[in-house]
Structure formats: structure tokens, C-alpha cells
Ligand binder design. Structure first.
Ligand code: ATP
Length: 451
């Protein structure tokens, strides 16, 4: 029996009305195991550039990495194609499924670089097809074929640097579209018992659940964490109040900041990228309609506006407290305004590096009685309301006041974090390398107590 390796990339099977590519992967896991394949890794859930305008939701793509008897190759490929054909929402505009098969053991560097680029910027179908041709992969696309981009990028992101896990529990088909029923208290308890090794379960500011998505997709909830054991343990602590049809543990780049690229100068910012850049606040922040806070930063090369939107919670409060001269590092997505053509960084994080003195201008004190003077109007001098003394030629006095802000890193509220944003809870828990460890015994299941 000759063993073969196969990497199967999948993307863009769903629409805003139904489906989810992770669910297609979950169904395939079961089918491929039945055929006789064994998994070399947990299915990889790869989040690509969150600023891609044509994404459905979280710009996720999937890769299954398997080993199998070479006699099974065509059955495996056929099962994959059939599954996508059965599950994809072909009627929806903008659903352009893609499948890529790649049968080399090692992923070529060029494909890895392509994946990094697809996570941080924009790539083209032409680039994807060139690489598939060059390295003798196989691709199958539907509609515009755009899904091939994500399918190849998922193969190329082998998660050799930092990574996390997510256990996704799926709903029974009949329940899709209705309100999700999960015991809320059990999720709060699970979070308390598993932190810091699970993350993004709840939004602590609003005491709201994050692990249950909204929308008609088949996900009941997803638990994110540092290792497969903890997400599975967390899963057993959650009380679903509707049937869980199946669940799967994925390995992922979620929560790793993989989308952020450091740029050395502000004149190098490009729309649709997510960046980390340093600058000095060049104007005090102001509030625009919908309570968003805007402030510009500059460096020697240029200037850019930064926006802390209302749902960013703590970040918005921090942004409000900045003053001219503060030195900051901003993290976020670069957007180009269609009206003004100006670039704005939509903030995900701010690192306050240095605080400038905050100066307020006070009226001087009365030389006779020590009371603070009243201004009599512009260039009209000052008057003491207590003893009646009048002064001309005095000026307001500059006073440095204590700043109500500390240096350090501030992260957007959990509810407005992108899938890729590294939450504060993960700082210090980053991993540096995947060593093809043995998968845990039961990492997926088709079950379960149907109620
Ligand atoms: P889901 O996660 O539910 O599958 P989604 O939000 O991932 O939905 P898709 O439906 O997969 O969105 O649509 C994203 C499309 O954009 C895919 O066709 C994918 O190939 C393509 N794409 C992803 N990243 C990039 C990129 N960096 N440059 C160009 N195209 C991209």
C-alpha cells in the first residue's frame, strides 16, 4: 500500500443566506475518514485579509491535510467535489466556490508567501493559477472561480508560527435561521473556569455572548482556545438548549494578529491592508456623528486619520483622552474614503507609547486676596469678584495637568474584534511552531444528543 499526502483547500461555498465553508469541511472530515483517509492535522481554518470587500463574513478558508492509500485518491477527490456541489449556495450572487488539491508533502515557499499576502493584502486569481500550474496542483472553480484564491491560500498557510484552536458545534438543519438556544450562564461559567486558555467567549463590557454568531449559518457556537484539550473541556461545560448535530476542532490563525503588517512610514499605508504604524498625535481628537472618535497622527513622511468607532468601547475612550504630542502605535485596517480619497486607519488597538504634557490655561490669581480672577472679555483684563481689584496686562497661566491615561496597549472591545485580532488574554500565550503532534483521540463527532 503506497501512502500519499493530499492537501485539500476549500473556499467561498456559502452566502449570507445559508451555509458555511467550515460546515462543508466538517461533513468532509467524516466522509474522508469513512473512505479511509487519516488526518495529518486538525482541519485548518484560515482567516484571510479581513478587508477584502467581496467577503461574505469573516473571510475564512479551509484546508484538510490527509494521508491515504494512493488507490483512494480519485474517490477522495470525487467525494470533495460532490460535497461542494451539494452544499454550496450556487444561486447566491458572490458565491464562487473553489477547490484546490495539492499532493506534495511539503508546501512550496512561494505558496506560503502567497498565503501571507492573502492574509495581509490583496492577491489575484491569476497569481493563484500561476502557482497551481507551476507546482502541479489541481483546481476546480465555480462561477467566477474566485474561491480558488482562498482555497490555495488555506493550503499555503501551514500555521508554523502562532496558532489557536476552535471547536465549532453545529446546529441541526431544521433550526438554522431561528434564534440560537444555549444556556448563557453555562458560557459565563465556562469562561471563568477556562480563562486565560479560552478567549472571545463573552464581551465583558456589555456582558454579551460572543461565541454564538448571529445569522442563518449552521454554527451554534465556537469555542476558541490555546489547545485542543481546553476547547473540548470547555465544550463539555456549555449547556446547549437545542441539538448539537456535530462538532469539529479546527486549528487556526484566529486571534494571532496574522493580518497586521508593520509599516515603517505613514506614506506607505495602502487601502485594504491592516497595519501597525507609529506616529505622533497632531490634533486633539474630535467626535463625529454616531459617536466615532477621530484623531490624526503624523511622522516625517506624512499624516493619517485614525478612527475609533463607537463599538470599539475602551478604545474609543482611550482615543478621546489623547492630546497633541502623544506618541502612539496604531493597529488597524486602512480604508480610503470614497468622498475625500483620504486614508483612515480603523483602529483595532492603540499602544500609547509616550504622553505629552496636557496643558490647560487658567485665569491668574488676585495678587491682593488670592482668589482666581474673572476675565472681563477678550483683551479687557481681569477682575477679582471678592475684593474688586482690576488688572490689565495679565495673561492666562499655562498649567500642566495630570493625564487621565496610562501608557500601554489597549485593544478594541471583544464584540468588535476581528477573527484575527489577538485579544489581550492571549498576550504571553503565543506559540512558536507546530510539530505535527498527534491529534487528540476524539477531535470531531457526529452525534449528539438530539433533543
Ligand atoms: P465564509 O467564511 O463564511 O466562507 P467568507 O467571509 O470567508 O465566508 P467568502 O465567501 O469565502 O467569504 O468570500 C471571500 C472571497 O474572497 C473568496 O472567494 C476568496 O477566494 C477571496 N479572497 C480571500 N482573500 C483574498 C485576498 N486577500 N485577495 C483577493 N481575494 C481574496
Amino acid at each position: 500500500m503506497k501512502k500519499r499526502t493530499l492537501h485539500i483547500g476549500l473556499d467561498d461555498t456559502d452566502s449570507t443566506k445559508r451555509g458555511c465553508t467550515t460546515y462543508v469541511a466538517a461533513l468532509l472530515v467524516e466522509q474522508l475518514e469513512e473512505i479511509g483517509a487519516s488526518f495529518l492535522d486538525y482541519p485548518n481554518l484560515i482567516r484571510l485579509n479581513p478587508n477584502v470587500p467581496w467577503k461574505t463574513r469573516g473571510n475564512g478558508a479551509l484546508c484538510l491535510r490527509i494521508e491515504h492509500d494512493e488507490k483512494l485518491t480519485s474517490r477522495i477527490k470525487e467525494a470533495t467535489i460532490n460535497m461542494v456541489e451539494e452544499q454550496a449556495d450556487f444561486e447566491a450572487k458572490g458565491t464562487d466556490p473553489g477547490i484546490v488539491f495539492f499532493d506534495k508533502q511539503t508546501i512550496p515557499k512561494e505558496i506560503t508567501i502567497f498565503a501571507k499576502k492573502a492574509t495581509t493584502g490583496i492577491v489575484t486569481l491569476k497569481e493563484a493559477l500561476r502557482l497551481i500550474n507551476k507546482f502541479k496542483g489541481e483546481a476546480l472553480g465555480f462561477n467566477t472561480y474566485r474561491g480558488i484564491i482562498g482555497a490555495l491560500a488555506a493550503i499555503g498557510e501551514t500555521l508554523q508560527e502562532d496558532y489557536t484552536y476552535e471547536l465549532i458545534a453545529y446546529r441541526a438543519a431544521d433550526n438554522c435561521g431561528s434564534k440560537r438556544k444555549v444556556d448563557e450562564d453555562s458560557i459565563f461559567q465556562m469562561d471563568a473556569l477556562t480563562k486565560p486558555y479560552t478567549f472571545n467567549n463573552i464581551d465583558t463590557e456589555k456582558r454579551r455572548l460572543i461565541i454564538t454568531p448571529r445569522g442563518p449559518d449552521p454554527i451554534l457556537f465556537g469555542v476558541r482556545g490555546e489547545n485542543p484539550h481546553i476547547v473540548k473541556e470547555a465544550f463539555t461545560m456549555i449547556k446547549p438548549l437545542e441539538p448539537v448535530e456535530r462538532w469539529v476542532i479546527f486549528r487556526s490563525n484566529q486571534g494571532t494578529d496574522a493580518h497586521l503588517k508593520r509599516v515603517p512610514a505613514l506614506n506607505q499605508l495602502k487601502p485594504y491592508s491592516s497595519i501597525i504604524a507609529k506616529g505622533v498625535v497632531s490634533q486633539n481628537p474630535w467626535i463625529v456623528p454616531l459617536r466615532h472618535v477621530i484623531f490624526p497622527i503624523r511622522d516625517e513622511s506624512g499624516k493619517v486619520d485614525c478612527a475609533a468607532y463607537e463599538p470599539t468601547g475602551v478604545l474609543r475612550k482611550v482615543a478621546m483622552k489623547l492630546v497633541v504630542g502623544d506618541s502612539v502605535e496604531v493597529y488597524g485596517a486602512v480604508r480610503k474614503s470614497s468622498a475625500s480619497k483620504r486614508l483612515t486607519v480603523n483602529l483595532e488597538k492603540i499602544r500609547v507609547i509616550g504622553l505629552a504634557p496636557k496643558i490647560v490655561y487658567n485665569n491668574p490669581l488676585c495678587a491682593k486676596c488670592g482668589r482666581r480672577l474673572k476675565s472681563m472679555g477678550k483683551a479687557q483684563g481681569f477682575r477679582c469678584e471678592k475684593c474688586g481689584s482690576r488688572y490689565s496686562g495679565l495673561a492666562k497661566v499655562a498649567v500642566a495637568v495630570e493625564r487621565d491615561l496610562k501608557t500601554g496597549l489597549y485593544v478594541t472591545s471583544t464584540r468588535s474584534q476581528r477573527h484575527l485580532t489577538k485579544p489581550l488574554r492571549r498576550y504571553g500565550l503565543e506559540k512558536s511552531g507546530w510539530t505535527s503532534e498527534k491529534l487528540i483521540d476524539e477531535w470531531h463527532s457526529f452525534q449528539v444528543e438530539l433533543m
